[in-house]
Design a protein around this ligand. Structure first.
Ligand code: NAI
Length: 251
């Protein structure tokens, strides 16, 4: 149920990669705050479950199967939001993948796959949603960067290149979209407890916790809260920013 007190009352948000992890937490939080949420993901089974859980709590959401690397599917995703809810106010470019290896062992295929999803996917969705965001009175683009995009990381040539690239696109679009009143910001999570970090060895995670002033890994909700702030009217004069949400891991 959407009420005027909710921070995203009546706004429409497309969230890519919303079937699990940070995207799912963001979809649930945005729906709690009154948004119409389009859960967009390649994983239909998990995405449908997210929609059902939002609806069970009285929120408004629908699922769209989309591979963000496919511009026709991205167009269908944006068309769905416009037909179903009348426009697009918020785009959360959250879908992302890793294919880690040192440069010595990284295949060209692994490089291309990560660039396709994490960088080209963000280009596809933002280019397609842009005219609708420009028509909104509260247009927002929120991009998933990473602290590794700012500082680099062993074994992540492809991933780091995309996250640095996302930061560059964020700053470029902040300049280009400002005239339409659309803000563009990035969140740079530290290490967050989601299926994405399942492959990171326990020993490495313990070391990371030890190096984090707040002494723990992040939760998906920690990142969803940052997206909510940047999507809300409280952040209406913030654009081109990269907000680190990492417990102080990188200072
Ligand atoms: P996750 O792996 O748990 O979820 C990613 C979601 O994206 C999945 O539902 C997956 O099906 C979807 N997806 C993958 N490829 C797709 C495609 N081509 N089209 C549409 N959907 C696709 O990941 P997590 O941890 O929730 O991360 C979300 C974002 O946050 C990613 O961009 C990631 O790079 C970024 N991030 C995550 C960190 C972490 O520690 N978990 C740290 C820094 C950034």
């Amino acid at each position: 149920m959407s009420t005027p007190q909710q921070r995203l009352h009546g706004r429409t948000a497309i969230i890519t990669g919303a079937s699990q992890g940070i995207g799912r937490a963001t979809a649930r939080l945005f729906a709690e705050e009154g948004a119409n949420v389009v859960v967009a993901d390649v994983n239909a089974e998990a995405g449908t479950a997210v929609v059902e859980s939002i609806q069970a709590d009285g929120g408004t959401a629908s699922f769209v199967a989309v591979d963000v690397t496919d511009s026709e599917q991205v167009q269908a995703m944006v068309d769905h939001a416009v037909e179903q809810y009348g426009g697009v106010d918020i785009l959360v470019n959250n879908a992302g993948i890793t294919r880690d290896a040192t440069l010595k062992k990284m295949s060209e295929e692994a490089f291309d796959q990560v660039v396709d999803v994490n960088l080209k996917g963000v280009f596809n969705t933002t280019k397609t949603a842009r005219p609708h965001l420009a028509e909104s009175d509260h247009g927002r683009v929120l991009n998933a960067a990473s602290v590794v995009g700012l500082y680099g990381n062993f074994g992540q040539t492809n991933y780091v290149a995309t996250k640095s690239g996302v930061i560059g696109m964020t700053k470029t679009w902040a300049r280009e979209f400002g005239r339409d009143g659309v803000t563009v910001n990035a969140v740079a999570p530290g290490f967050i407890e989601t299926p994405m970090v399942d492959t990171v060895p326990e020993k490495v995670l313990d070391q990371l916790k030890g190096r984090t002033p707040l002494g723990r890994l992040g939760t998906a909700e920690d990142i969803a809260n940052a997206y909510l702030f940047l999507a809300s009217d409280d952040a209406s004069f913030i654009t081109g920013a990269v907000l680190s949400v990492d417990g102080g891991l990188v200072l």
